[in-house]
Design a protein around this ligand. Structure first.
Ligand SMILES: [Zn+2]
Length: 75
């Protein structure tokens, strides 16, 4: 018998706040923590430093973009 997979929706919030909200939280959290390439030097250490501010520690390149994702949807 195959063992059931542990759901990713359990990151951080254990049994709190309800399934829908946990799902939303997990989705945005995982997009936030994805590995990204720096648009200037191509380093994989490119990450968010503050809400809407993305920076590369290698080449000090700072860009303003989305709150949880670097590439935002175009309206
Ligand atoms: Zn860089």
């Amino acid at each position: 018998m195959a063992r059931s997979k542990i759901k990713k929706s359990l990151i951080g919030l254990h049994q709190k706040y309800g399934a829908t909200l946990r799902g939303r939280y997990t989705k945005s959290y995982l997009t936030l923590k994805q590995k990204r390439k720096c648009p200037k030097c191509g380093s994989r250490r490119f990450r968010r430093t503050a809400l809407g501010i993305w920076s590369c520690p290698k080449c000090q390149h700072i860009v303003a973009s989305g709150a949880y994702n670097f590439v935002t949807k175009k309206v």
